[in-house]
Design a protein around this ligand. Structure first.
Ligand SMILES: Nc1ncnc2c1ncn2[C@@H]1O[C@H](COP(=O)(O)OP(=O)(O)OP(=O)(O)O)[C@@H](O)[C@H]1O
Ligand SMILES: [Mg+2]
Length: 295
């Protein structure tokens, strides 16, 4: 914990890898959340995303209430990841809008949306492979601090003050997701499951109001999935709101408070898990999917 690490953030290398450094140069989001627990933290309104002739999201409307774990499910290609991408500024929606605490996120760049309080993980892990686990988290923390990656490299006085608390908080986050013993491993050397947990720690480092997880348990065995769901519940109990894409229906039923179902880009259901499980439209949508997806 007290062990000092050298700032080995290789800015040029990251640029060559195509990493968006702007994210790390942003100031922290304000943790104050203006909506009450149980009220709509995020409102997705008539969101439509077209790619040429394909409508990947078709007039989708739903709320995410502060303090809940909302599941977003649907067969392959239903539009789940596209929904994340349209919410987090990866894509500019063709029409419709996304409001966070009543404020539109329309047209904001990804790093600004992160700063407002929307953090996400990726279906295909995206870590800085040549950085240690701890450094990956510190990059997320830097999104909250006033000094930039440039400041970190120049070791400006403000940065030196912030560095110690960044390392301590980074370690705390690694501890929280259960991989503190691997803090000084290069992230590309981490076991696969640890990489998935590290992505969550890095997203949490930005102190998000909403944490969006895109199939965080993909590739896990049942025991690992169960552990991850326990972690997600802990994250919620810590006061975060979670939007979870997960293919395994049994898992999603067990961990979520409510579920939105997409099929061919349209919302076909939005209800508590036990109603979703019995919904004939949902059952029909999953026909042809692997049997064990439908618990
Ligand atoms: N950038 C893009 N350009 C063109 N088509 C896209 C793009 N991104 C997604 N699509 C298409 O939009 C549809 C929805 O894809 P999306 O990745 O959102 O599905 P998904 O529900 O996340 O599926 P999966 O469960 O397989 O991850 C698919 O038909 C996909 O091919
Ligand atoms: Mg997807």
């Amino acid at each position: 914990m007290s062990e000092a690490i050298e700032p080995v953030i290789d800015v040029e290398g990251l640029r060559e890898e195509g990493v968006d450094l702007a994210l790390a140069e942003q100031v922290a989001p304000d943790r104050d959340i203006s909506v009450k627990v149980g009220d709509a933290l995020v409102e997705v309104k008539n969101l439509t995303m077209k790619f040429g002739g394909l409508t990947a999201l078709d007039d989708v409307t739903f709320d995410i209430k502060r303090g809940e774990i909302l599941g977003l499910i649907g067969p392959n290609g239903a539009g789940k990841t596209t929904c994340f991408n349209a919410m987090t500024g990866v894509y500019k929606p063709s029409s419709g809008k996304v409001l966070l605490e009543g404020q539109s996120l329309g047209g904001l760049a990804q790093h600004k949306i992160t700063r407002r309080g929307l953090a996400r993980t990726f279906q295909n892990i995206r870590l800085f492979g040549e950085m240690t686990a701890l450094e990956n988290v510190v990059v997320g923390l830097d999104a909250r601090h006033r000094t930039s990656v440039g400041g970190a490299l120049l070791r400006l006085p403000t940065h030196v003050r912030e560095e110690k608390s960044s390392i301590e908080r980074g370690m705390a986050l690694l501890e929280f997701v259960g991989i503190a013993d691997h803090a000084h491993f290069l992230s590309r050397h981490l076991p696969y499951g640890h990489q998935r947990r590290l992505e969550i720690a890095r997203a949490l480092a930005t102190d998000p109001k909403l944490l969006c997880l895109d199939e965080p348990a993909a590739g896990f065995n049942p025991a690992e999935k169960e552990e991850l769901m326990t972690l997600i519940r802990t994250i919620r109990d810590d006061g975060y709101t979670v939007l979870l894409i997960e293919h395994d229906m049994k898992l999603v039923m067990g961990v979520t408070d409510r579920i939105v179902v997409l099929e061919f880009g349209k919302k076909i259901a939005d209800d508590v898990p036990k109603v979703i499980r019995e919904d004939p439209k949902v059952v029909a949508a999953y026909l042809g999917e692997p049997e064990d997806d439908l618990a």
